[in-house]
Design a protein around this ligand. Sequence first.
Ligand SMILES: NC(=O)C1=CN([C@@H]2O[C@H](COP(=O)(O)OP(=O)(O)OC[C@H]3O[C@@H](n4cnc5c(N)ncnc54)[C@H](O)[C@@H]3O)[C@@H](O)[C@H]2O)[C@@H](O)CC1
Ligand SMILES: Nc1ncnc2c1ncn2[C@@H]1O[C@H](COP(=O)(O)OP(=O)(O)O)[C@@H](O)[C@H]1O
Ligand SMILES: [K+]
Length: 501
Amino acid sequence: MHEILSPQEMGEADRLAAEAGGAGSYPLMLNAGAAVVAELLTRFADAAGYDVLCGPGNNGGDGYVIARLLHERGLAVRLWRQEVPPAGTDGARAADECPLEARPLDRFAPEPGWAVVDALFGAGLSKPVEGPYAEALEKAATAKAPVIAVDLPSGVAGDSGRVLGTTLTADLTVTFFRKKPGHLLFPGRKLCGETVVADVGIPAAVLQTIRPTCRENTPALWQTLLPRPERDTHKYKRGHVAVFSGPPTATGAARLAARGAARIGAGAVTVLSPAAALAVNAMHLTAIMLHRVEEEAELAAFIERRHPAAFVIGPGFGVGATARLFTEIVLHPASGTAAAHLVLDADAVTAFAEVPDRLFAAAGVSRATLVLTPHEGEFARLFPDLAEDALLSKLERARQAAVRAHAVLVLKGADTVIAAPDGRAAINTDATPYLATAGSGDVLAGMIAGLLGQGMPGFEAACAAVHLHAEAGRRVGPGLIAEDLPERLPEVLCACLGEEK
Ligand SMILES: NC(=O)C1=CN([C@@H]2O[C@H](COP(=O)(O)OP(=O)(O)OC[C@H]3O[C@@H](n4cnc5c(N)ncnc54)[C@H](O)[C@@H]3O)[C@@H](O)[C@H]2O)[C@@H](O)CC1
Ligand SMILES: Nc1ncnc2c1ncn2[C@@H]1O[C@H](COP(=O)(O)OP(=O)(O)O)[C@@H](O)[C@H]1O
Ligand SMILES: [K+]
């Protein structure tokens, strides 16, 4: 159930199911209507009546089925519409079979105590919602009527979660077969209220033909790849992670990342510090090691002697030439030394703002995995054209950026998207807003490096870290500060690995 389908893929699922069933697509519409009614009767059973707003397509078709089924149960129903579905469509057939008299949508006036069924537009939304459609949605919103949206709140784009024109906030959205990006990406996720996925009789086997590449970020995606130490392991086998520290006044971010790497299981973690910051770092580090790296030669020597498995560069590091130089050395160490994986975060992302192609070229020919972890602001510095393209969803932006950068892209936020250059993508859905606090991204960068260092592949490492970070955040809740996150990891990992203490 964790596949996420684009509206086009959903149309394909619909078509394949209709073909396989032999009875066309109308039975799916009947099932969709029945599924919405079942939810209505469970959650809005005490409504005095139901106002069903029907659009001109198959979303409206679902609405006619819903109105008929509610009417057949003897419930009070009013049906409102602007345009009739075109002849020959499932929507037209549903309208024909509905005995209720349709009222003009522009006369819609919500009744106190009545619930509203929004069946104006779903997957087929193709332009901004305006005119009588927009007015009807605004009236329902103003009246604060309970709203159940069919497939999507009308006006929310299924592929992106963006609002086209006007929409409303639903209490409940019932979608069919699988969720679409619009249910998970903001603002769509908020506008949907709770989203329920109903079975309308489309067999899961159609997914083998469609082969969707986007998933909801659940443990099923990566759980089997989570590192578990062998009984006869030793600390360097569990991955040595190195984190670059900034100058004396900006060392905390690197230590947060280092702590994240250590707590997620890296066997050894070293903070690489400029000389002037060694004392301040030393005062705050215990299990985590400290090593002076300020110049190119020191970094090369550290790599040659200690063979770290993964690096983090960026948190608190500064945006100058050193960030670029160290990045390139890590991605292309001296010949004969295997390149370590690299998580490039925060300042190191910004450091390439003027020369993004230099980073992408270095990643393209590196044997190591590069993981980029920008928030939206940092993303816009590295990929200004993608950030400015209003037609691209967050999912699509992350995907295109991953291909361009030859990197796993973690586009952070309330709806973090993880994308791999091979086209796979995941949307994280369980983060808590308490994660929006300084330093929490630094911990995440360290966690990703910690998993990479233990041998987890890049996409799965990034997905797992994002999920475990969110789970740690949820367990802390109100009052969360970044320092709390690594400390929650033992219990979060225990639960995820199914290990007893
Ligand atoms: N794909 C499936 O498997 C199933 C789909 N079903 C329903 O079918 C819906 C998709 O049906 P359609 O493809 O007909 O799409 P919609 O009914 O969502 O919308 C398309 C219609 O609305 C018009 N339209 C779009 N945006 C408009 C706007 N802003 N202002 C005015 N008119 C606008 C279009 O010209 C077209 O007539 C789904 O959302 C779902 O509710 C269900 O019946 C069950 C099965
Ligand atoms: N509203 C939100 N809901 C859930 N998670 C959020 C929200 N805002 C930010 N986050 C998460 O918090 C972290 C913040 O990272 P970042 O912006 O890099 O901050 P910092 O640089 O201070 O560490 C990211 O993991 C991001 O996905
Ligand atoms: K709708």
